[in-house]
Design a binder for this molecule. Structure first.
Ligand SMILES: CCCCCCC[C@H](O)CC(=O)SCCNC(=O)CCNC(=O)[C@H](O)C(C)(C)COP(=O)([O-])OP(=O)([O-])OC[C@H]1O[C@@H](n2cnc3c(N)ncnc32)[C@H](O)[C@@H]1OP(=O)([O-])[O-]
Ligand SMILES: NC(=O)c1ccc[n+]([C@@H]2O[C@H](COP(=O)([O-])OP(=O)(O)OC[C@H]3O[C@@H](n4cnc5c(N)ncnc54)[C@H](O)[C@@H]3O)[C@@H](O)[C@H]2O)c1
Length: 311
């Protein structure tokens, strides 16, 4: 019995010290995903530095975090407005902002990159961070579709490199895909999984395959919905209604595409079509291309398949 207790305590201590391994987090990119990741990391007690290109963008990122926290507070502190105020100010107090990414990683245990979905821009960033960050700092990308291994080659720390793929909206979505490349060490992978759990996410282990688990299924499904409309088989509104009421999805594929951003969808699909030309599931969609060419990028631009402009 004592032996079992000691073993349990020891394994708890191992997990617990691993969970404590990541205290300071640098989130690079304060857009849709970066601001959500920064919010949740700070909510779960981590010190966060959020980086973007200008103070103006960072001001907007902080405002969107504040707005999201107000939605949380409305429910969690309905009977305790003072407690709610304290909750928000404690979380915001753990987030600082920076426009210099090299300076931002100086004391960082973990970097989570959430900038534009462009391999060259991501590689340039990591190559520079590799020289600026301490040896122990783990690097991760939140990329939706690029191979983590192709980004990691820009650094000399591939054993301390992995993927942390969050879902939109980060404060609400419970899943985190933890991605390893062949060079990722077990120690790094365990620390990333423990960090995900410390962020109160359910983690799944993924290999560095196109789209990991979720997007490998979600992208072909969504594009097939677009092809269905291109063929004139159904209207996009009927497809959305059908998938919500017939398959139990919270959003139909067109609502979800608008929510994610049609430009992001196009970045993903074009990248895969170029890298895997033999795969019929990854071929471009004329309908998607038409919307993006017209500047209809979804909710963020005010119009996509649906109209979001206030009347
Ligand atoms: C097409 C895909 C192709 C691939 C693209 C790749 C993209 C990427 O790599 C992977 C993804 O992320 S894939 C995408 C994966 N994502 C999906 O699949 C998402 C699917 N959609 C959903 O799960 C639900 O529709 C939502 C949870 C978004 C909204 O819930 P709802 O019930 O439909 O509508 P509601 O009434 O508005 O909200 C209800 C309550 O939720 C709360 N709340 C919401 N947002 C919040 C925030 N930002 N902060 C804080 N709180 C937030 C709030 O409490 C609110 O109450 P309030 O009183 O109004 O404040
Ligand atoms: N949108 C989604 O639903 C979603 C979900 C999961 C993963 N992702 C991935 O997350 C990443 C970010 O997506 P997003 O939707 O948040 O994009 P976004 O356009 O909302 O935000 C990107 C931010 O990065 C900033 N940025 C660009 N280059 C930079 C640099 N060199 N240094 C610092 N900041 C820089 C931009 O100013 C912008 O604020 C992408 O790789 C995307 O594929 C997106």
């Amino acid at each position: 019995m004592a032996q079992i207790f000691r073993t349990t305590v020891r394994s708890f201590a191992t997990t617990s010290s691993r969970q404590n391994a990541i205290k300071t987090v640098t989130v690079i990119g304060g857009g849709l995903m970066g601001s959500g990741i920064a919010q949740v990391a700070a909510t779960t007690g981590h010190q966060v530095v959020m980086v973007d290109q200008t103070d103006d963008i960072l001001g907007k990122s902080k405002a969107s975090i504040q707005k999201s926290l107000q939605r949380v507070v409305k429910k969690k502190f309905a009977e305790d407005p003072k407690g709610g105020e304290q909750f928000v100010s404690d979380i915001l107090g753990r987030i600082t902002t920076q426009t210099d990414s090299n300076a931002a990683v100086a004391n960082s245990d973990l970097v989570i990159e959430a900038i534009v979905e462009n391999i060259d821009v991501k590689k340039k960033l990591f190559s520079s961070l590799d020289k600026a960050a301490p040896q122990h700092t783990i690097f991760t990308s939140n990329t939706s579709s690029l191979p983590i291994g192709d980004i990691a080659v820009s650094t000399q720390r591939q054993d301390r490199f992995g993927g942390l793929h969050f879902f939109n909206p980060v404060p609400m979505m419970k899943l985190l895909e933890v991605v390893r490349i062949p060079a990722t060490s077990d120690e790094t992978f365990n620390k990333l999984s423990d960090f995900g759990k410390a962020m109160k996410k359910t983690t799944v282990d993924c290999k560095d395959t196109p789209g990991f688990i979720v997007n490998r299924l979600l992208v072909p499904y969504t594009i097939e919905a677009m092809r269905m409309v291109e063929r004139g088989d159904a209207s996009f509104k009927d497809v959305d209604t059908a998938m919500k009421l017939g398959a139990g999805y919270p959003m139909g594929p067109f609502e979800l595409s608008d929510y994610v951003g049609l430009d992001t969808m196009k970045f993903i699909l074009d990248g895969w079509a170029e890298k895997y030309p033999e795969n019929p599931l990854f071929q471009p969609s004329a309908l998607l291309n038409k919307y993006v060419a017209e500047g209809k990028l979804g909710a963020k631009s005010g119009e996509g398949f649906y109209n979001y402009k206030k009347k």
